[in-house]
Design a protein around this ligand. Structure first.
Ligand SMILES: [Zn+2]
Length: 313
């Protein structure tokens, strides 16, 4: 940390280091923000560049719509900023001109938030494909599957296209994978209300299914008993995560849906995952490790909701 900061004499250096050590020791655990250049005895003016804060990644939320427009889009943007704004700079746009190779390279993940229709031209599609091929992340929410129906590569990236939907209604979602960071906080039987998409094909086999909608609990349109509703996969060098939920504005104030969304975006962004992977081994009530994670998230939610809630960009 102090390289390039050689003191004038070894003795002065040792004294300064000792001083720094004492300061650190005195401040103890609470002093997370002690800068390497902190000791006031240091006289190396100009060379005491404070260590930069850990580099913040960027996320791009894309919500351009060429057909149906969901009223919940602003709620989704707000939620994503609240959930991840402490770790990422979150840009939200409806301008497809941002889909250039150079610009996309700045982002850890691109979130298609209820996009619809044909929204990228050929050049933008090519650049987005290149972004994924070089390790980029994609997170699709709800109508992201109702997007670019005539671009086969996109259909493979998402896993399946939207076909139809019954009316908004409560349903039982069976969480199949309770180890993934977007689903490990969910109950095995997750009951919630949303507009439930039926897809043009069952994506199972192409993707790793996280949650399955119990078709016997919905009316109007089903997928015949195997109805994946959230999934992920590694795809052509990048990462793709999708959730079918998120039609309603209420989704984005639901604690569990928010955590599901946050975890999915983090996975798509390739963020380091410090939580243990064996959460399924614990009983449904949760164990200490899981509690630690959710407590963290809850605290964070509470703080960011207050401070970041009203910052439109
Ligand atoms: Zn919808």
């Amino acid at each position: 940390m102090q390289h390039g900061n050689a003191p004038a004499s070894p003795l002065v250096g040792r004294v300064a280091l000792l001083g720094a050590a004492l300061v650190v020791a005195t401040l103890g655990l609470g002093a997370r923000q002690v800068a390497p250049s902190a000791p006031t005895t240091t006289t190396t003016a100009g060379s005491g560049t404070p260590a930069a804060a850990p580099a913040r990644g960027r996320l791009l939320v894309f919500s351009k719509t060429a057909s149906f427009r969901h009223q919940s889009i602003p709620d989704g943007i707000k939620a994503i900023k609240e959930l991840l704004g402490d770790r990422y700079d979150v840009d939200a746009t409806e301008d497809s001109a941002v889909f250039t190779a150079d610009n996309l390279a700045r982002y850890r993940a691109v979130i298609f938030l209820s996009t619809t229709g044909d929204i990228l031209n050929d050049e933008q599609q090519k650049d987005f494909q290149g972004y994924i091929a070089t390790g980029g992340g994609y997170a699709g929410v709800h109508a992201a599957a109702d997007t670019e129906h005539t671009w086969p590569w996109y259909g493979e990236l998402v896993g399946a296209y939207f076909k139809t939907h019954p009316n908004i209604q409560p349903a039982l979602v069976r969480v199949e994978d309770r180890t993934h960071r977007s689903t490990r906080m969910l109950p095995a039987e997750w009951r919630r209300t949303d507009e439930w998409y039926v897809y043009n094909r069952n994506p199972r086999g192409r993707v790793k299914v996280l949650a399955n909608l119990d078709d016997s609990t919905i009316q109007g349109a089903t997928m015949g008993g195997d109805h994946p509703i959230a999934w992920y996969h590694e795809f052509e060098g990048g990462r793709s995560w999708y959730t079918g939920g998120g039609h309603t504005s209420e989704s984005y104030t639901e604690d569990l849906f928010r955590k599901h969304l946050e975890g999915g975006i983090l996975w798509a962004a390739g963020a380091a995952d410090t939580a243990p992977q064996d959460a399924t081994q614990v009983p449904a009530g949760g164990a200490t490790t899981k509690d630690a994670t959710t407590t963290d998230a809850t605290t964070k939610d509470a703080t960011t909701t207050g401070s970041a809630g009203g910052t439109p960009k």
